[in-house]
Ligand binder design. Sequence first.
Ligand SMILES: [Fe+2]
Length: 171
Amino acid sequence: MVNWKEVVEILEPKQGKDIRTSKIAIWDAYEGTPYEEFVSKHKNSNFNEASIGWSNYYPDKDFDRKITNEYAEKLGLKKVHRSWISRVYPGYIVPWHYDVEDDHPEFFEDGITRYSIFITDSEPGQILIIGDKYHFNYKCGDIIKWDKCTLWHCGVNTAFKSKYTFHLIGF
Ligand SMILES: [Fe+2]
């Protein structure tokens, strides 16, 4: 059993490696890529870039890979494509978008499955939206199976604590 409380305590003072904040025009970097669709929607809507703020943590570097392996086994995955923990800071959001893994054709293969696992109990004001499903009032350990890896999604955190989610993609 993963002790998520302990994992979160270790991550809390740590800055994620792949930090994305309003200081970085992250969407600009994706112009001319398959992200173009939401890059243009983002620009055309005059999106408030100051509201964007999250970071990611990765196995081996930031947390024990045993966690990924344990969940892969529990969920019946034979091969892990990718896993990470995302953190949305208080007062920030992850805008409506979809994930593109252009360099990894296996991301689009049949049989690939994506899970999101909440690693804290939710705070009022924390929401994960995947496709047309809104996830809130969740408990630590709750697991969401995505209908498709490439669904549009977003994260919202109006609470006073960071919102952490473990993500696992595999076959
Ligand atoms: Fe995403």
